[in-house]
Design a binder for this molecule. Structure first.
Ligand code: EPZ
Length: 422
């Protein structure tokens, strides 16, 4: 297994380009199951989750090919074949929970699906009750047998669905299912994340009738068929924010080309509150930090609130704050796995329930660290970049799920980081 070796203490500077958003590409790949023709997704980085999803679509009978468009941008082209299987197998689903996103499209297009019930993961139980209840409202019959969800329907019928809580993939699954249902579906208390809107754009390009995406009420009028489409996926707002934080935590000056500040307001506001300068550049976002890091409080929330996917990275930054920072994680029940590792670097963090109290320290010391989940890994890398001495981050396969060769981007900003074989 690969590890990162980081020699910290160097301010990062310069610019790098953000990649396409993992959490927009995965639902877009799922949506291809709805299309009668090829779907081409443009701006697709090489990420483990994306190749895993490609394998899943292959099992379901699709032909998935990577390539480049005329401008040399990475693409993924998906052509549905005769569906050879309706099953998303356990060995795939257990490595990538987003596999649940094929449930809605398979039901809508073929009337049946057999999906391994995703187990929990490092950050929480991650149930899918909202997905199942919503699909049942649209007329699906679901049952659980041998760890698999079996779902069938003659034809999905539009209905009103109110989610008990904001669920990103729950909203996406229901939007895709409703696109081919008979009649109108209204999703209330829908997730408003930009990735939901990005999926709605693709579905509209395929011929779906969807409005209200980006608000908490989405109306979908079912159509008979959906055609293939070409879709330029949105930039990854979490990768962009992580790279900006790499500049802020090291006291540098970093520009992320392609970052869309419109989707990053909550994080950019907290960066400014902490004393960093944040500028919109022509086609990107720049952050610069010269003075002290002011400790600020953060509470994660569904979009447009502070994203839970940035909580671990921001905590690393607050470890070097000038006072106390209270960080509350309201989305997942176990998303503080990075705390124990940060403590090993000398961070002053006390956790009580879903709240972490971070007392800033003058410096962190490099140490051997263990990554546990995707965003916790990014948090440890950021801490290593700022720490005095050498940090080794083990199990960075977690990181490779959602960051496209992060070490290359950080090296281009002057970081001393290398990937070595364990
Ligand atoms: C998506 O996960 C993202 N993944 C996550 O990103 C992200 O952290 C999360 O949304 C929140 O923004 C993808 O888009 C592929 P949820 P998702 O359903 O959809 C509870 C990353 O690092 N819930 O919005 O699985 C759930 O337990 C990943 O890129 C139910 O109880 O998250 C959680 O507490 C991590 N029942 C809350 O809702 C359900 O049926 C929000 O979960 C569904 C969700």
């Amino acid at each position: 297994m690969d590890i990162f070796v980081i020699r910290g203490g160097k301010p990062l500077s310069g610019s790098c380009r953000v990649s396409g958003a993992k959490n927009a590409i995965l639902p877009a790949m799922a949506a291809s199951l709805l299309a009668e023709g090829p779907v081409e997704i443009v701006g697709v980085p090489v990420l483990r989750d994306i190749s895993t999803f490609g394998k899943l679509l292959g099992i379901l009978g699709s032909e998935v090919t990577r390539g480049f468009d005329a401008s040399g941008t990475e693409t993924v082209r998906i052509v549905n074949g005769p569906v050879s299987s309706m099953e998303a197998p356990y060995e795939l689903v257990k490595t990538m929970r987003a596999s649940v996103l094929v449930l809605g499209p398979l039901l809508a297009r073929y009337g049946r699906a057999r999906i391994s019930l995703p187990g929990g993961c490092a950050i929480g139980a991650r149930p899918i009750d909202q997905h199942l209840r919503g699909l049942e409202h649209l007329g699906a019959k679901t049952s659980l047998s041998e760890g698999y969800i079996e779902a069938t329907t003659d034809r999905l019928k539009g209905a009103s669905v109110r989610f008990d809580m904001k669920t990103v993939t729950g909203t996406e699954n229901l939007m895709m299912a409703a696109a081919l249902a008979e009649g109108t579906t209204v999703l209330s208390n829908a997730a408003q994340e930009p990735e939901v809107c990005d999926l709605a754009c693709l579905l509209r390009a395929m011929g779906a009738d969807i409005e209200g995406d980006g608000t908490d009420e989405i109306v979908i009028r079912g159509v008979q068929t959906l055609k293939g489409a070409r879709h330029e996926v949105m930039a990854d707002r979490i990768e962009a924010a992580t790279l900006l934080l790499a500049g802020a935590i090291t006291g540098g000056d970093v520009t992320v080309e392609g970052a869309n500040s419109r989707y990053m307001g909550a994080v950019l506001d907290k960066l400014r509150e902490s004393g960093a300068e944040v500028y919109e550049t022509d086609g990107g976002v720049r952050t610069k930090r010269a003075g002290a890091i002011r400790s600020v409080n953060v509470k994660t929330a569904p979009y447009p609130g502070f994203p839970t996917d940035m909580q671990a990275q921001f905590m690393a930054y607050m470890c070097l704050g000038d006072g106390f920072s209270i960080i509350s994680e309201t989305i997942f029940e176990n998303r503080f796995m990075h705390v124990a590792e940060l403590r090993r670097m000398g961070a002053g963090i006390d956790v009580s329930g879903n709240t972490a109290a971070v007392k800033g320290v003058p410096k962190l010391s490099g140490a051997p660290l263990m990554a546990t989940d995707l965003r916790a890994s990014a948090s440890l890398v950021l801490a290593g970049l700022a720490a005095a001495g050498t940090t080794e981050v083990f199990r960075i396969y977690h990181l490779d799920r959602g960051y496209d060769l992060l070490e290359n981007k950080l090296c281009s900003l002057g970081a001393d980081i290398e990937r070595v074989k364990e």
